[in-house]
Design a binder for this molecule. Structure first.
Ligand code: SF4
Length: 363
């Protein structure tokens, strides 16, 4: 039992201090300036597996292009994926788009209000439903994301459970505690305050306990015991970079060869990438560029080789549909993060401002 568990006065004091801290120190983030459920929903989907710093810029551009749910519902999926570029985990963009189309076609364009109804939409899980319902509509439902889970474990003095064993029992205890601590007068602010605390002061490493508003009640006041993370796997892959002068528009109009990933592929279906080389081992003097690209638990060590038009068939693996794409058009396409990174480093596209995507909702 946590220090404050049987003491309503202590719980009330904890809520007050947390809310005061949040109202003084919260970060000024673009989605916090809106009470539009659609805007909050978009931000919560983006924040699920991407760092706040990465989301800020992408969110603003996405909302400029799709300011309403209807504008998103009417858009072509390829454009939605292109506007998602840099955020990774493209399945979220597809689900968001599908959900917007469902709401436009069946609910008159109005997002459901309650968390239970929101959960019926594609791509909306317990966390997103609770966040949107509490922030946009003041529903008394607690949000538990990775940051909140860490804060509550430390607060109550619990070790984090492994995903394999004991995790679900701990998860139930955390959800129960989150529900009991929730401030029923300010559920949206309280949920955001818990997430903000986890993202800023109560970070995974070096928590700032000396300035934490919950330090008095906290059992841990420091890092808690967590299971060891699974080691990253490594893979070596190689891609062809083929660029030619465009035939129709004269000198200076260059085109790059891109290939669309097939619709049935489990990872990034429908996105455009560079053609894969038959030989992953590229002779040192033929390597145009090397880079590391992390996707979930895999580190890809990538080699890029220049391939001339006449050699493409022989040197590359035949995959999905291929197109020679003018560079100015490629910038607006739904490219994989790796393809965008390679083209930027080759000075063929503007440098992507944001390329670090990490699993889990992060600070
Ligand atoms: S006192 Fe430290 S460990 Fe406890 S909640 Fe605050 S920042 Fe986290």
């Amino acid at each position: 039992m946590a220090k404050f568990d049987d003491n309503p006065a202590k719980i009330a004091a904890l809520r007050t201090r947390l809310l005061e801290w949040y109202r003084c120190y919260r970060r000024d983030l673009p989605w916090r300036r809106s009470t539009d459920p659609y805007a909050i929903w978009v931000s919560e989907i983006m924040l699920q597996q991407t760092r706040v710093a990465v989301v800020v810029d992408r969110y603003q551009k996405f909302m400029e292009r799709f300011p309403t749910l209807i504008s998103l519902a009417l858009a072509d999926e390829q454009e939605v994926l292109a506007r998602w570029s840099g955020l990774g985990y493209y399945r979220r963009a597809r689900m968001l788009h599908k959900a917007a189309q469902f709401v436009a076609a069946n609910l008159g364009g109005n997002l459901p209000v309650s968390a239970d109804e929101l959960r019926l939409l594609p791509g909306v899980g317990a966390y997103t439903a609770a966040a949107v319902a509490s922030i946009a509509h003041g529903e008394r439902v607690a949000v538990v994301d990775g940051n909140v889970e860490r804060v509550l474990c430390r607060l109550a003095g619990w070790e984090a459970g492994s995903r394999k064993g004991g995790g679900s029992a701990l998860r139930r205890k955390i959800e129960d505690l989150a529900g009991r601590l929730l401030d029923s007068s300010w559920p949206g602010d309280f949920n955001q305050a818990m997430m903000e605390l986890g993202a800023t002061l109560c970070a995974p490493r070096n928590p700032q306990c000396l300035v934490c508003p919950l330090a008095e009640e906290c059992e841990t006041r420091g890092e808690h015991k967590t299971p060891r993370r699974a080691p990253m796997m490594s893979r070596v892959v190689a891609y062809a970079l083929s660029v030619r002068q465009g035939k129709r528009r004269g000198p200076g109009w260059r085109e790059v060869l891109l290939e669309q990933r097939r619709a049935h592929q489990t990872v990034m279906p429908g996105l455009w990438e560079l053609p894969a080389l038959v030989q992953a081992e590229v002779p040192e003097d033929e390597v145009r560029m090397t880079l590391r690209h992390a996707i979930m638990q895999v580190n890809y060590y990538v080699r890029i080789r220049t391939v001339f038009e006449d050699d493409i068939e022989e040197m590359t693996v035949t995959g999905g549909e291929r197109r020679w794409v003018p560079l100015r058009e490629a910038a607006g396409m739904a490219l994989t993060g790796l393809a965008r990174k390679v083209l930027a480093r080759a000075h063929l596209l503007p440098e992507p401002p944001l390329d670090t995507i990490a699993p889990g909702r992060l600070a």
